[in-house]
Design a protein around this ligand. Structure first.
Ligand code: CU
Length: 592
């Protein structure tokens, strides 16, 4: 790939974290015009030299042969020119998924489901040092901190590229890093950080399902808090013991579509609220009421004096002015008391027992379709977030999903937290640390393809005549459902019919299984025939069902290649789609 074109075109919309990156960006642009440029090798972009000798380089991992319709978890060693050649410090990482020509494919065609950068040379509990999902989260460490990098480190990439369409592709995973080589004077003062992987689940594919309407009145489901025995009485996977004193420096959450936030907490044995006490503000209500009444009485005496004599009454007018001034003054005092009370309250840490809230990483969905697509970014901690922790503390993560719109299958909740083994930081029981933070990045052009519009992919299947009187088994293959794929012409597209109490059975075609093309049968709201995009269709069928990813390929498949509908399907025409290849649509019908 031509690296220069890649650097410029590939990162046009990816300018880093929030407002403070604007200043950095302007600085970088100025340096681009004036500063030296180091020629890159194959697979490496040009290096820009930023302030203080920081080198910004885009590395490309690949080529990756992305097969037709794949949704596969793969491992790839990151070697040679795919990573820096010399020892140093990484201070920022920006991931992407690009075509051979450096352009960024539309998320409606292929998605960077996740990428986890693993340093196999690091201690076991800090090997996973950078992670990103479809939302393409960036990491930017606060000034003065860096991830230690040794050229001899063995790096491995765990990646999952989700190809939503039948077309095979050749893609590259790229990551742009800010790097301070050991030879730079700036390297001398860098404080090393290490990653702490926080996850509500565990393993290579740490997922759970969020079912529609499972969240109760508030329409939200928090995992694991709201789940019924999520860990089967075993280890609480969402907790991690901190083994050394230190300072937490930076974190960003990761959720899947439907996800609203992750939340981080700390528990310390014997600790409790130690923040500012905020006594209730002095109550001026009675004083104000009396002054107001006195003012009104003077007003009315003034009015009657005027109407009696037709003249003013200087003495009364003087009293009235004085009362009005007092009233203003006391109103000001009341407002000030409320203001300072609110100011005090806003600095109080949120503590319940010995559990203190550290950060809420919110998801911001950019499109008016709401929390249903990857057109989103997460909030990251502010640059000055510093949480002092002690050996023996326990970190905890929770994640919250919406439950009113759809079911969200194979959901995640993850935070990578960066920690330094140093003194300092805020005691979170004393000082509030859970401020809003900064949005990790803006809207990306590749997520503009929302779908849900014209042209329709087929007729409204509810209007079609009955198809086969059969519950199958039907074979799913070639990106089509054998029966009831309403994109097919004539009788082929008609919904198959069963009687109430019977089931439809689907099986994965052997040819698809052998190519690791995994499909699902997932209900979507009828007519489910609008254009395919990152917001359409979604698992929002009136009657909910989902087969999981049919296949025997290990994670993310469900370990079987057949599935039957629940026997309690209500009478009517049910529409469904494939969660892996949302262009696939079908319908079946249940009769009394
Ligand atoms: Cu499929």
């Amino acid at each position: 790939m031509t690296s220069a074109a890649h650097e410029e075109e590939g990162y046009g919309g990816h300018t880093g974290r929030g407002l403070r990156s604007v200043a950095t960006l302007l600085g970088v642009m100025a340096l681009c015009l004036l500063g030296p440029v180091v020629e890159g090798k194959a697979g490496v972009s040009q290096t820009e030299i930023l302030e203080n000798g920081v080198q910004r380089t885009t590395y490309s991992i690949g080529p990756l042969a992305v097969t037709t319709g794949q949704n596969r978890i793969s491992y790839k060693p990151i070697t040679g020119s795919e990573k820096p050649p010399v020892n140093g410090w990484i201070t920022r990482m920006v991931p992407n998924l690009v075509n051979e020509d450096g352009s960024i494919p539309k998320s409606s065609r292929v998605m960077f489901h996740h990428g986890v950068w693993i340093n196999q040379s690091a201690p076991r509990d800090s090997q996973l040092f950078f992670a990103t999902g479809e939302e393409k989260t960036n990491v930017e460490l606060p000034d003065g901190y860096g991830l230690r990098y040794r050229a001899t480190d063995n790096w491995l990439l765990n990646h999952m590229i989700h190809n939503l369409v039948p077309d095979p592709m050749t893609l590259y995973i790229t990551y742009t890093i800010d790097f301070i080589p050991d030879t730079s004077p700036a390297a001398a003062g860098i404080e090393p950080v290490r990653p702490i992987w926080m996850d509500v689940e565990s393993g290579n594919y740490p997922v759970f399902d969020v079912l529609r309407d499972s969240g109760g009145e508030d329409g939200e489901f928090t995992y694991p808090q709201d789940a019924d025995d999520p860990y089967q009485g075993g280890t609480r996977k969402n907790e991690k013991l901190i083994t050394t004193d230190g300072v937490l420096l930076a974190t960003t959450g990761h959720v899947h579509t439907g996800g609203l936030s992750t939340n981080l907490y700390l528990k310390r044995s014997g600790a409790g609220y130690a923040g500012p006490e905020c006594p209730a503000p002095r109550n001026f209500t009675e004083q104000l009421r009396k002054l107001q009444a006195r003012k009104e009485s003077l007003s009315s005496r003034l009015r009657s004096a005027r109407s009696r004599s037709g003249r003013g009454n200087p003495a009364l007018e003087g009293q009235h002015r004085a009362i009005a001034r007092s009233l203003e003054k006391v109103r000001g005092m009341a407002a000030e008391a409320n203001r300072s009370y609110r100011a005090c309250r806003s600095t109080q840490p949120s503590v319940q027992g010995n559990r203190v809230h550290l950060f809420n990483s919110k998801a911001r969905y950019f499109h008016d379709t709401g929390p249903v697509s990857w057109d989103m970014a997460m909030y990251s901690t502010d640059e000055d977030w510093r949480v002092a922790v002690k050996a023996g503390d326990v970190l905890e993560i929770q994640t919250t999903y919406e439950t009113e719109i759809a079911s969200w299958f194979e959901s995640m909740g993850i935070n990578v937290i960066y920690m330094a083994d140093e003194d300092g930081g805020d005691n979170p029981y004393e000082t509030r640390v859970d401020y809003e933070g900064v949005l990790n990045h803006g809207q990306y052009e590749e997520n503009s393809d929302h779908g849900g519009k014209a042209p329709l992919v087929g007729p409204d299947p509810r209007t079609l005549p009955d198809g086969l009187l059969s519950g199958g088994p039907f074979t799913i293959g070639g990106y089509s459902y054998e029966a009831g794929d309403f994109r097919l012409p004539g009788s082929l597209g008609r919904p198959p019919v069963i009687r109430r109490g019977e089931s439809f059975t689907f099986e994965l075609a052997a040819g698809d299984a052998s190519q690791e093309i995994w499909h699902s049968v997932t209900s979507c709201k009828a007519p489910c025939n609008r254009s395919t995009g990152i917001s359409y269709p979604i698992p929002d069928g009136e009657f909910q069902f989902d087969s999981g990813q049919l296949g025997m390929g290990g994670e993310p498949t469900v370990g079987r290649d057949t599935w039957s509908t629940p026997a309690n399907l209500p009478v009517g025409t049910h529409t469904f789609f494939c969660r892996i290849h949302p262009l696939m649509r079908g319908a079946f019908r249940v009769k009394p």
